[in-house]
Unconditional design. Sequence first.
Length: 425
Amino acid sequence: MRFLKSLMAALLAASLVAALVIAGALEGWWRKPMAPAGNVAAFAAAATARIKAESKGNAAFILIKGGKPVAEAYVSKGAPVDRDTQFQVASLSKWPTAIAVMTLVEQGKLDLDAPVSRYLTRWKLPPTAFDNDQVTVRRLLSHTAGLTDGLGYGGFRPGEPVQSLEASLTKAADASPGADGATKVGREPGSWDYSGGGYTLLQLLIEEVSGQPFNTYVTETVFKPLGMTRSTFVLPETPTNLAEFYDVDGSPAIHYRFTSLAATSLYTSAADMARLIAAQTPGPNGEPAGRGVLKPETLAAMRKPHAKQYGSDIWGLGQVLYAPLDKGDFVAGHDGSNTPAINTTARVNPATGDGIVILETGNTRLATQVAGEWVFWSTGFVDSFMVLLELRATLIQVAIGAGVAFLLVFLLVWRLMRRRTAPKA
């Protein structure tokens, strides 16, 4: 009986400590902001110092306040980098792709909830044990279509033939390590499962519905109207002002090319991404959010939760939901990460027009980490990606804290009960 009571008390104490550590991590109880709240200059200085200290290659950083850039910094290992330098931005490509898809929805050419097979002629989802008609545009945008490709694209080396779009959907030759690479329905649609193949399928969908090459359609309907003149999914043969690629050790890295333009291959500049962020909120002269590319209500709908990860709302339509705001809205945007060492981010607070852009090569986590610090500094909420990045450290803290609490309480209760039951002299 003494042992059981000590054990139960120890387990209860360990559970309480574990819950406290997890709650503290989620709520940021012990997290210190990078700069004093509201001090834009201090945050910009701290972010710039960290980027310069940790970048092993090239980086571009713009801090945005009320839709306008208020601080900028650039790091270059080789050729100079500036606000118009093009970076390859990996999965950040998915945000402009989603905007392009939604222009077709607004035009009445796409139904968000119709089977995507309705619009496809050049390639079809292969038959599986699951219902392909449950794969809709909405579910492709939110990674809830049940696709199990696991992509991740590694890209093709210079001089290596680039796979056709249809062949890549059937089996991506440049699938990242561990990815299945076949775009197919491998689980019941409805739950979240990150799928690069789903965005390659959206690339095909845009071409089929618009009748134009993917890059042409996005350029004409999204980039040009927003003034994003340095943005493209397909580089010219002799690009100008392209950021050189570096690996994590600072050595020059290979510039890979992609079939999966929509999922991976956007080239853009920090200034262009700042324009995209500014377009998420009304302009200074009364311009509507969306700037005519999309309606304000469509932009808001893209930030509505469509999928959860670890119990938290984290995915909208083509956007990551980084932190909750008042009235059900979110800090939103997208990150990108790929080998050899690309890490990019663009995030916006739609309530204020504040945002951050970091494009870099030479560090696999720097952009995401600094942007996460911006979310906490500017909103007081812990960024969802920071929770995931720090999950291992948090679990270690949980194990140590719960273990210590278990041992101390077990010994304390055991000793107290032993004293109570000891025979009197």
